[in-house]
Each structure stands twice: as structure tokens, then as C-alpha cells.
Design a protein. Sequence first.
Lengths: 290, 290, 290
Amino acid sequence: MYSLTMSTDSGPLRIGEFARRVGVNAELLRAWERRYGLLTPIRSPGGFRLYTAEDAERVAGMRRSLDAGLSAAEAARVALEDSRPTDGLLDDAAARLLARIRDYDEAGVQGVLDESFAAFGVEAVLGQVILPALARVGDDWAQGTLDISQEHFASNLIRGRLLALARLWGRGGGPLALLACAPGEQHDISLLAFGLVLRSHGWRILFLGADTPIATLMEAVKTTEPALAVVTSFDPALLEAEADALRRLARLVRLVLSGPGVSDPFCARLGVRRLDGNLVAAANEIAAVG
Amino acid sequence: MYSLTMSTDSGPLRIGEFARRVGVNAELLRAWERRYGLLTPIRSPGGFRLYTAEDAERVAGMRRSLDAGLSAAEAARVALEDSRPTDGLLDDAAARLLARIRDYDEAGVQGVLDESFAAFGVEAVLGQVILPALARVGDDWAQGTLDISQEHFASNLIRGRLLALARLWGRGGGPLALLACAPGEQHDISLLAFGLVLRSHGWRILFLGADTPIATLMEAVKTTEPALAVVTSFDPALLEAEADALRRLARLVRLVLSGPGVSDPFCARLGVRRLDGNLVAAANEIAAVG
Amino acid sequence: MYSLTMSTDSGPLRIGEFARRVGVNAELLRAWERRYGLLTPIRSPGGFRLYTAEDAERVAGMRRSLDAGLSAAEAARVALEDSRPTDGLLDDAAARLLARIRDYDEAGVQGVLDESFAAFGVEAVLGQVILPALARVGDDWAQGTLDISQEHFASNLIRGRLLALARLWGRGGGPLALLACAPGEQHDISLLAFGLVLRSHGWRILFLGADTPIATLMEAVKTTEPALAVVTSFDPALLEAEADALRRLARLVRLVLSGPGVSDPFCARLGVRRLDGNLVAAANEIAAVG
DNA sequence: ATAGGTTTTGTCAAGCTTTTGTACAT
DNA sequence: ATGTACAAAAGCTTGACAAAACCTAT
């Protein structure tokens, strides 16, 4: 739910409104603070308590424990324990990302990404936070625990972040790579990630994105003469249908296929290289060879 | 209409008759001239003021603003402003943008966008540079003067810029708008532009983007309870196929359809509102009514 | 709703009409302005407040938050925070950065940097936010309006961010640039910024950092054979003392000097190039030539 | 839970200035 | 027609006040 109890970032509340929302009366809140240090709200200049959404979660935890039969002292200890922030490790970041996506919490997603990029750098975040989280989103959707709308929400948000990082990636003097999704293929995010890693090796990127007809790609290859063209597909059928066109394309440019829709036999038949699952590693390898 | 009173070609009038026709007493007309330079009537050889139909329009504008509650000084400023044409710097930016797109010149495109945003502000650039340029790209492609690869290149680049501006547009306390392309529809850029303008009015945006099944949209509507849902389509067939689902959706949320694929009759049949061609204006209107 | 009544561009209103439209009485509007700085309307020549449509939206936000139970002070804070969608872009970011530095507000500084990097990309932020802000910090310190400890605080924070961005910047196949501060020179941030821009052109960077003896640099040049070496200094004396060593260095590699400690005559004497004040532009130029 | 003091915030008033429609003398 | 004057309406600033909400301590 968006937040019946505590709107996402409505700012600190004074004790009256806060008590109303969490359903615990103000005197009791002060008592819990005095006795167990359950909350330590910041104060207004004049000394009024100001509570945040995090405090609301702590109170909720306290009430859960009380309902479960714990003593107040124990319940407070548990609630405090639970609400200690976990360290900003990579796995944790992925988990937090997922949780924010579930809530359609845009500011939250942006926050996790901000922190992660600042702490771990682009490449690590791509490989160990963003791509795993998106894979997980796909799985959860398949299992029915998550709706496609959340997948759409997350994709657009993350696409925006990656495109911002991609700014000016067409500039410079390195070898040029042409990146495109197969005709009919809409998943362009892993391709974006691939491009970013390649860029970090000094390559120039020309990104054609989702659903690119092979003829279009061929046109761009003739005009820009890239050192490499990458075509990605999640659906085997999409590429099968284009086998001939791809074969012709491979005569003009070094061609690489990637994505779960690409099989080794298919690549062998066309005589082109295939990138395996780990796109970040693959990009590093390509760049090294290239 | 204010020119009912001012016959079209009655020739120049002296202040007495003019005052009677525009319904503003002569003393006041002189005061407005002296204080705000609202009118600069030519003079007869003997020094009498001679007013034209254009002057009458200016006076009418002045009165409209006064009735709207503006101060006399401000009303005069507005009336004068309105009777002056605007410049064509924005058109030039659109032309330069197009030229850079033709060359696959990423840094160039980014540069033009940087300059334009800095000089004219987001809203003007959206409405008068980016959307016109993309429309032109579409036309040129239809005419064969431009390749689809350039369209892909430009779309991805501009999508990135708009998504960057969209950062944190889900945050805050304003009414929530849910934005999505019809199932099968891939053109999400004008929808992004629409969202940005709505955001500038304080709305919160949840963006589901391209190719969103109506069922998905419905799911998100139930969870987030937006004040408005917008579905866009460039292809009439895509919406026709979903008429029933849209009708159900319209029972849950205030629904608006947009894009060239939406016809007035279709909207009438569903009993929903339609947004016309100019998305920026439409967003302003929606925000005002909202 | 909040802008049914506020037509989009009717021009500024005085407080009476404005109060009527937003439904908040004039006394209260003035109180909110005085106490929380909610609005800062421009004034008529005689001192009357003139309100715009944007102000109306801010008031609407304030009322929403009040209805949600926030205290007036907090509601104003939220309304102010929210009403920064899209428009006051990069200049605004620089100003906010400076304000956070003054307050030793680390989270605030990181937040501004997060936002800026995510929305505008590295190069724009370096050139138009970070470097201007640091220059300003230096000026303010010289004028005594800012403490040296604030300068240290800002430097360390920003250095950390730039180093995070610099991850892996030695990788790839582009031309190599060797970057170092003159012996005794400790200011390495602008050199870092320079490196990042060069990197965005696909160059590889080897960063030797603060206080690098020329002999060390020479050694590195022999080993790595860079296409360019940059030495920076803020103090003329530091370079003067090394004139001979620099001359020898310039025979091995294309050498460029930068920083306020470098004079044109000195460069002419050594026959090396000098970079002028705007490092971002300079890097772009170098990269283009290189 | 109550008592007694403090902070916050909407409202009001007094005294003065600006703005603006209208009037008057030349 | 012009220039000046005038008075009502609307606004400005400063200061104050009282009800509501909150504080601590018993």
C-alpha cells in the first residue's frame, strides 16, 4: 500500500497527529520514550517532538511484539533491534531496491541507486544490484508475487538512470559499438548496461535501442562503420526469423548476439560470437579483445 | 466579443466616441495612456487623439485583466505584452536539433538540448523544440529522407534527457497521475513530456511507460488510487481492441485518452475525456481543472 | 482544487485577489511569508506583493500538508521542498551545494551531488556546479566570510565523490594522460575534474595526485609513454623552482601546465602549452586535438 | 492522569504608504 | 488637451493576543 499509516515523505509530525496515525496515545509514546528509549525524535526549536516515518515503523514493531505477548520492556528491545539499519552492502542494496519497487516508491528507488552508485561505482552496481534486481522482478512476476505494473515502473526508472549515465557516450576517439535489440524485442536495459561497461573501456557507443529492424541496423552500419555490432534478444523466435538478414549483416561488421533468446547452435550456424549471461563480464572481455 | 462594439473599419475615432464604444471614460483613457503607455494614438493636426480598432482591442484586454483581479499596472503590462509577436529562436533550436540527429552526433544533440533548456525553460523546449523535432523526424522518415536508425538514436537520447528531468516526480503531496501507453504502443516520449508539465503543477507522477496492458494499469490503479489515469496511443486499432477494458477502467478512475490514435467519437462512446494535439497546453489545462 | 481559479498566465496578482483565489486570507499569507519564508513574491515599485501561479501552487501544497496533519512549520518546509520541479536547474544546484557546505551538512552535500549527477551527467555538474562552488569557497575564505575548516570539509567530501567516479578510468584503449600536481602542491580536485572530462572523451587516465616530484613523473612517463602529461600548480614559485626539470620532461612527452600558478611567459619560456581557467572547456579542446 | 508553564499559529489592530479612478483648473 | 490634485481602496509593517497543542514534573 502506498501508506495508509504514514505518507511516504510528508515530513516530521508532532506528537498529536503522530499518535493518531500510529494509534498509540501521546502519553504512552512519551512513556515508551522515557522508559525504554524506543524513540528519539528530533525536537523543534521550541522543544516539540517531531516524528518520522521510521519512528512509525518502530512503533508498529513494538505493537506487534506486544500483541505477541512480550512484555513492554522486551517488545521495545526487539523493536529497537529490528530497526537498526543494515550496512550498505551490495546484496542488501538489491533487496532494498526490490522493496522500494514493490511500493512504487520512486524517491526510495532513486535513493537506493544514489547511495549504491556513490558507494560502489557504476560497474559493480550494474552487475550486482540492478541486473539481479530486475531478474528477480521478472521471476517474482512469473510466480505471481509481483505485478507487471511494478516491472514497468522499475524499468522506466532504471532506464532513466542508465541513460543519464550514458550521456556523451558517443563522444571521443575509441572504437565504435552499435547496440540494438532484435526486431520486436523491447528489453533494452541489459543492453544499456552492456554499453556502459563498454564505454568504461573507452569505446564509443551508438545506441539504437528496442525493436530495431535488421535493415535499419544495416543502414546505420554502412553509415557509421562500427567496430562491433551487438544485437540482443530475449525470445529465440525473434532471431530465428531474421537469420538471413543477420548473416548478411555479419558480412559487413563484427557481429555479436546476446540475451537468453540466443542459443549456441544458432550462433554457430551464423558463425558469430555469443555473449553469455553475465553481461558485465562479457563486456569486459569484448573490450579486452577488441 | 469586444469588437462587436467597434465596427471593423470605422476609421479613427476621437476620444469621446471611442470612450463611449469601449465603455471606459475619457479621463481614464488619458490616465492609462499617461501612466502605463497603454495606448499611443496618432494625433489630428490640431492635436486630437485618434483611436483605431487595435487600440480598442488593447483596451478590451486591459479590462479583461482588471476584471480578473489584476492591478491596473499589471493589467496594462499584460495587455501590451499580448499585442506583441514572439520570436523564432525556438524554431532555430529545433532545426539545429534535427541536423545533429541526422549526423548521429550525440554530443551535438546533448549540447543543443543543454542550451535550449537553459535559455527557454523546460516547458517551452518540450512544446516547441523536442516534440516538433520528433514529429518532423517521423515525417522525414515517412518521406524517405531520414532513416529509422536515426529515429531510434534520437528517441533513446531524448528519452534519457526527459527521464533525467523526471527524477523524483513521484515525490511530494500533490494529486497522483498514472501514465501509460496503450498495449502495443511504444511511443512514450510525448507521454513523458505530458508528465513533466503535469509535474510542474505539483502533481505526482507514476509512469508505467510503453506497451502497458490495461489489466496491469487496472492493478496499479487499485493499489495507488490515482486522481487521474492517462492512456496514450498512436494507432486507433490498439485502443479499439481494448474498448471494454477501458470502459471498466473508467469506472475506477478518472480516465483520459490521448494521442493521434484516439478519436472523438471513440471517447464519446466510452464517456472519457480526450486530450488534443498540443500536449503541453493540455497538461496545463488538466492541472488547472484537476 | 488549487488552480481551478488561477488561470495559467494571467500575470501577477496583488495579495487581495490572490488570497481570494487560493482561499487563504491575506493576513495568513503574510504570516507564512514572515515566519517560514513560504513565498517570496516580487514587489511592485511601491512595495506591494505580486504573486504568480507558481506561488499559488506552493500555497496549495502548504494546505495539503496542513490537511494531512503536519504542523505549519513542517508543512511549509515540505511545500518549499516540493516546489522545485525541473526549473531552477544547475545554478540552483551550485547555490544549494554552497549552503550545505556552510552548514557542514554532509548528507546535504551528498544529496545535492546525487541529484545533480543523476540528472545532468558528470561533465555538466563538474563544470557548472562543483568547480564554481569550490572557486566560490576559495573566494569566501579569502574574504573571511567562510572558515578554512569548511573548505577542508568540502574538499574531502568532493574528492571522495570524484574518486568514486574515477574508478577504472585507466582502463581501455584510448590515449593515455598522466596527471600530477607540482611538487609541494596539494590542490588536486580540479585536476581530478580535468581527468574525468578527458575520460569522458575516451582517454585513459593515470593519476599521480598531489605533491608529485618531477623525477617521479619522469619515471612514470618513461614507463607508460602517455600521449599527454598535465602538471598543475596554484603557486608560481613551485613551478619556477622546477623549470629545468620541466624542460627535460617536455622533451619526453607532450606537456601541459595548468592552474593559477602558471603564467603565459613561463609556458612560452618552456615551450609548453598552458590550460586556461575553464578546465572543462580545456579538456574538451585537448581531447579534440589529441 | 493532572497541573502549571511554554510554544505554535491564526487573527487582529494601529498607523502609514501606494495605487488608481475621478475631478478640477488652466 | 494637459497637468495637478484628491480621496477611497488596498496594501505594508510592527506588535500583540488568545486558543490549541505540547512540554515537564509530580
